[in-house]
Design a protein around this ligand. Structure first.
Ligand SMILES: NC(=O)c1ccc[n+]([C@@H]2O[C@H](COP(=O)([O-])OP(=O)(O)OC[C@H]3O[C@@H](n4cnc5c(N)ncnc54)[C@H](OP(=O)(O)O)[C@@H]3O)[C@@H](O)[C@H]2O)c1
Length: 317
């Protein structure tokens, strides 16, 4: 990929899309193509076809998709399945038609078995039952992972790269309590407990489950690394994580320190915990020569500062 290559970045207004946009701008790429959701509905194949005909991108980094936390996944499973499958299928088909050199697709750790051995290796896919609450979203992601493999096998002109990042966080994350993931929800709840001078804050579950988080800007960095090293890729998905897990309780304490919340955090153990641990084994991707750079502390600091700056707009949404 050259600095003047045409790079299309669908989903540039989202968590990951923003981080990639920042990275390509910082690295000096001059031909970055963006279009908002309002300006182009990606489930609409005809419109996307016309847009690709007009813009002729050489690389596509597919950061667009329907995302959300447990509540949203439980309430709108059909939307998660239909919209994600439609978007990715349109991109796979049209990338071949428009001679795109490489397309990056993002899978998700919810495709792995709920009770998988840890850390989770790429080959553990299909070795057990997946988490029921996100199965429709996971089904779309699995379809995308298999599509990358199938298109790579059938066509050689476009390289389909499938990256599987663990839970991401960063600026432009979703802080809506109905829609958000655990880390952004904790930032908001702990911040609001501080502002409201609450002496206690009760959080759901035991706090014992362990999760792995990765800063969105690290995934953006990994994405450009993947495109530049596409020739080293096997025809398979690659895990991308930070390499360490943290319990939700520890995470809440880290966030409370950063937010400077002095109250007591209580745990409502009558609420469900979900999968006990989710840590990816990212050694295959790291062996290609990539290493993540941002500590949890530094990433959360940046995210919290962004949240503070944008608080009024986020709450209005
Ligand atoms: N966040 C994570 O922890 C995580 C982990 C693993 C994989 N991933 C995957 O990484 C990708 C990016 O995730 P993210 O967290 O950055 O998502 P996000 O913040 O929700 O951003 C999604 C982006 O896609 C756009 N979009 C959604 N539906 C669209 C449609 N029908 N037509 C046009 N644009 C549409 C959104 O625009 P609007 O907001 O205007 O609708 C937004 O720009 C997704 O494929 C996701 O599944 C995410």
């Amino acid at each position: 990929m050259e600095l003047n290559s045409k790079i299309y970045l669908p989903g540039h207004t989202g968590l990951l899309g923003n981080a990639i946009l920042k990275k390509v701008n910082e690295d000096g790429y001059q031909n970055v193509i963006t279009k908002t959701h309002k300006g182009l509905e990606l489930t609409d194949k005809q419109s996307l076809d016309a847009f690709l005909e007009e813009t002729k991108p050489e690389y596509i980094i597919l950061a667009a998709g329907k995302t959300g936390g447990i509540v949203a996944n439980k309430t709108y499973p059909a939307d998660f399945l239909h919209q994600n499958v439609s978007i990715q299928d349109n991109f796979f088909e049209l990338s071949i038609k428009h001679n795109v050199k490489a397309l990056v697709f993002y899978a998700s750790s919810c495709v792995y078995p709920k009770m998988s051995p840890q850390p989770i290796r790429e080959e553990y896919l299909f070795t057990g039952e997946i988490e029921a609450t996100s199965e429709a979203y996971a089904a779309a992601k699995i379809a995308g992972m298999l599509a990358c493999k199938a298109y790579n096998r059938q066509y050689q002109k476009t390289k389909f790269l499938c990256l599987l990042p663990n839970s991401m966080f960063g600026p432009y994350d979703n802080f809506d309590l109905e829609q958000s993931h655990v880390l952004s929800a904790l930032i908001r709840k702990i911040h609001e407990a501080k502002v409201n001078k609450s002496e206690t804050l009760t959080l759901w579950g035991s706090g014992k489950p362990e999760r792995e988080f990765i800063f969105s800007e690290d995934v953006a960095d990994a994405t450009l690394f993947a495109i530049k090293n596409a020739n080293k890729f096997e025809n398979s998905h690659y895990n991308i994580g930070s390499g360490t897990s943290i319990s939700i309780k520890e995470l809440a304490n880290v966030i409370a320190d950063i937010v400077d919340y002095k109250g007591k955090i209580l745990w409502d153990e009558s609420k469900p915990d979900g999968t006990p641990k989710k840590l990816l084994d990212s050694s295959r991707f790291n062996a290609l020569g990539w290493k993540k750079v941002t500590s949890m502390d530094a990433g959360i600091q940046v995210t919290y500062q962004w949240f503070l700056k944008n608080y009024n707009n986020l709450i209005k949404k």
